[in-house]
Design a protein around this ligand. Structure first.
Ligand code: HEM
Length: 256
């Protein structure tokens, strides 16, 4: 594949064209800072990535999205109305993408139900005999994340469901997507069930990840957050760990 891709790049270099396609953009595009052109090898590698990583994923997503829309005609009609409203009679352009909020939700919901990448895993590159405590061998799977939908109906299923999130340290990062989604829905006038996030870190200042963004989301009602600062428990109701805070807030937890 690499050979074929490199031949295609060289062919395009030898036969310049007015065509404004992705290959021309890569072959002629210059780094805005250094003014350098992109060398052939990374262009060829990009072509392979687009084919392997970017083809089945996007085409699968679009096919499943169309299937879901055909099965849910009310949603289909709303998606059409949004396109009519945003583009009118004009040709669809990149600038329109950010205004296609409903369609974005349709795509995300499709990825939730029918993920075109349903799992990914991590393995160890080299054996490390010095690590005697946690010895995972070369190529042995160290971690696998799978996605499995809890609610299997398309759209709306999870709207009335309360969410509890437990993020120890950086573990809270993936929840940002959920919370952002909720903030968008609330801004669009939807009523959502409550979401409560327990978040642990060392300090209320030094390692409180995404603090500003989370404050905004709390203000918007997208989430309610309870911290546990292991080095400043006085700032988190005397709780050093999220499990302590969970116990401390048990009434709120039960209510949520
Ligand atoms: C619906 C469309 C797509 C989905 C659901 C999707 C999903 C994913 C997921 C889950 C990963 C992480 C895999 C892992 O860490 O093991 C990933 C990585 C990646 N994807 Fe996609 N992808 C999509 C479209 C694309 C497209 C269009 C391209 C490029 C043309 C692309 C290029 C890549 C690359 C280069 C990585 C590796 C990033 C890295 O490890 O630094 N993907 N994608």
């Amino acid at each position: 594949m690499r050979e074929i891709a490199e031949q295609l790049v060289q062919h395009r270099r030898g036969n310049p064209t007015e065509k404004r396609d992705l290959l021309s953009a890569k072959v002629n595009g210059k780094d805005p800072k250094t003014g350098e052109l992109m060398p052939d090898a990374p262009i060829a590698a990009n072509m392979i990535t687009s084919l392997v990583a970017g083809h089945e994923t996007t085409s699968g997503l679009l096919s499943f999205a169309m299937l879901n829309l055909r099965r849910n005609l009310e949603t289909y009609s709303k998606a059409q109305q949004e396109v009519d409203k945003v583009t009118g009679r004009r040709k669809m352009a990149v600038e329109h993408m950010k205004s296609l909020i409903y369609i974005n939700a349709v795509l995300r919901e499709t990825l939730r139900l029918m993920p075109t990448i349903p799992a990914f895993s991590r393995s160890i590159r080299n054996d490390n005999p010095n690590n005697v405590h946690y010895y995972i061998r070369h190529r042995q799977r160290a971690c696998q994340v799978r996605s499995r939908p809890i609610h299997t109906s398309f759209g709306g299923g999870a709207r009335g469901l309360s969410i509890m999130m437990f993020g120890a340290g950086t573990g809270m990062a993936p929840f940002r997507g959920f919370i952002q989604e909720r903030a968008i829905q609330i801004a669009a006038g939807r009523k959502l069930a409550p979401a409560l996030m327990f978040m642990g870190c060392r300090s209320s200042v030094r390692d409180r990840l995404y603090a500003e963004q989370i404050v905004e989301w709390v203000k918007a009602g997208a989430v309610d957050v309870r911290h546990a600062f292991s080095q400043e428990p006085e700032e988190s109701r005397g709780c050093k760990r999220i499990q302590d805070r969970l116990l401390e807030e048990k009434e709120d937890v039960l209510r949520t």
